[in-house]
Structure formats: structure tokens, C-alpha cells
Design a binder for this molecule. Sequence first.
Ligand code: APR
Length: 231
Amino acid sequence: MTAKPRLVISSGAGISAESGISTFRDAGGLWEQYPVMDVASADGFARNPALVHRFYNERRADLGKARPNRAHEILHELEEDFDVYVITQNVDDLHERAGSTKVLHLHGELMKVRAVDNPSLLFPVGYDTCTTPDTVIEGHKVRPHIVFFQEAVPMFEPATEIAGSADIFVIVGTSLAVYPAAGLLHYVRAGVPVYYIDPRPSPVPAGVTVIPLPATEGMAELARILLKDRR
Ligand code: APR
């Protein structure tokens, strides 16, 4: 039994767009509707924590109404032929709900909150959970388990090791506007094929195979390419 090739996916908000979850920088996106530095930055949280709690309560409620789409499902189906690792900038749980087993969240998770006095103390929450700055769980005041702008990205180092182990690397649905996440591509070994699925792709280095399609169609096309010689 030969080991399955390692397929590493780097996903952004675009993979969840067809599930009805708003992206950030598309027309009408979240950062057009909300002042990002008020609702998603460390300074904003210090200034008005109630507003930040409310913003993520709304995102969580939206997520409860959403379902994984074909792109998430195809990714799970590819686990039959590949050792699939998902590195996502998304805080939604759609990869997990589609059945993906190895998912690393670079920017945190909506479905968890964490103790303000102990960042490693996480508590699962439901889609209808509404926290405030006064919410206490097991004696700890809590905050969204989200990496705000101006905060460190503790999962980036493990993510670079996973990217460095890829036999195939796929970027799906990200504008590549936010670092360090956007820099993952540079940790991929030379000679490893890289694909980028996005209907309005951002500039990428030569040698990357761009599939300018929405994630559901782009992932179907990618599966056809990857499975051509394997089944
Ligand atoms: N299928 C695939 N990609 C899509 C689709 C779709 N149906 N619709 C839009 N896109 C693409 C857009 O073309 C864009 O390139 O998804 C990307 C969305 O970009 P952003 O809104 O910037 O989202 P993302 O790259 O994930 O943002 C990164 O920024 O605000 C922070 O923490 C937040 O994780 C987020 C990070």
C-alpha cells in the first residue's frame, strides 16, 4: 500500500461564498458593511468589546443557517485518493461539516470562545450562542476565539510545515491580501504543482496554474485533473 500523495489546500472566504457566507473584500463584502478596525482588530476590541461580541454573534448566527457546498464536499471526497490537509483562513466550520478530517484554522474559529485570562482555554459554543463582555464560562470571562488584526497568528508556523510537506498545493477563494496567510505559497517545495481556484484571481507567481472559476466548478475541474491518472 503506497502512501497517498499529500494534497494541501489553502482556503479563504471564497470557498464559503456559494454557501451564502459573505466574503470580506468583494463588492458588498463584510468590510464594506462594517468598519474592520472596529469589529475585527485588537484596538477595536479594547475600545468597544460589546460591538465585537455582537459582530461575531451575528457571524455565528449566519453560519448556523449555512451548509457546506460542493467545493467543501469534493475536498472531503478527495481524501479517498490523497492525504488531504486543509489550512483555512476561514472561521466557519463548513470544512468540518463537509467531513474534512484535517483542518487548521489560521484565524480562529466562530464555534469556540476562549478565556480572556487564558488563551489556551477554549469553550465550544452553538450557532445561537450570544456572548457579551460579561459572559462567564467556568469562572472565566470569554472572547471570540478569533485572531483579530494586530494580533499574532500562532498557527502560522505549523501551517508552514504542512505547506512544506505538500506534494500538491491548492489555493481556493482568497484574495491573498492578508499576511502571513498569503505567504504560505512560498513554503511549498520547488517543483510541487500549485493551483489557484478563484473567479477573480489576484496576481500570483508564474508557474501557478490558475483555474478562474467559482469554487464549486473549480474544485470539480481540479478533481478531474488530479484523478485523471489515478482512477
Ligand atoms: N468561489 C471562489 N472564490 C470566490 C468566490 C467563489 N464563488 N467568490 C469570491 N471569491 C474570491 C474573490 O475573488 C476573492 O479573491 O474569494 C476571495 C475573497 O477574498 P477576501 O474577501 O479578501 O477573503 P480572504 O482572502 O479569505 O480574506 C483573508 O482577511 O479580513 C481578513 O481574517 C479575514 O480571513 C480573512 C482574511
